[in-house]
Write a protein that binds this ligand. Structure first.
Ligand SMILES: [Zn+2]
Ligand SMILES: [Zn+2]
Length: 141
């Protein structure tokens, strides 16, 4: 019976590992060095499986909690009416062609978003990429 053999093999491996973990580890290292192709394949497979799992989990969370996601967005809007208003006005201005998106003022990245130093002046913005924007916001500009 193949199943039993496999079980026996595993039990045997386990005992060998307990008896001499260093030797077992060395063997496994040697096997990896001798089979780089297989190692890559195993790696690739476990990474793909992991990705799928993560994706699945976040999807489940969203489905389980759509109300919560909307609620936190509502709270943010209520807490930041000025910001919200500035963003709305700016968005409209960009749409109308009054304002043009520009490269990141800090690093030149072309994927930018608007930073408002003063939310009471919705059209006075600095264009920043996402990571530079975080830096500016954290610095309190
Ligand atoms: Zn940048
Ligand atoms: Zn900002």
């Amino acid at each position: 019976m193949p199943y039993k053999d496999k079980e026996k093999q595993r039990e045997c491996d386990r005992k060998r590992y307990i008896a001499n973990p260093e030797k077992f580890k060395k063997q496994s290292r040697e096997w990896k060095a001798a089979n780089p192709e297989k190692v890559r394949e195993i790696d690739r497979r476990s990474r793909a499986a992991n990705r799928e799992k993560l994706k699945e989990r976040s999807r489940e969370r969203r489905i389980a909690n759509p109300e919560k996601a909307r609620e936190s967005w509502r709270k943010w809007q209520a807490a930041n009416p000025e910001k919200k208003r500035a963003q709305r006005i700016l968005k409209q201005a960009v749409k109308n062609g009054e304002i043009k998106k520009q490269l990141c003022a800090n690093c030149g990245n072309e994927n930018t978003e608007a930073h408002h130093p003063d939310h009471s002046k919705p059209l006075k913005v600095i264009w920043l990429c996402r990571s530079c924007h975080k830096i500016f916001d954290n610095a309190g500009y």
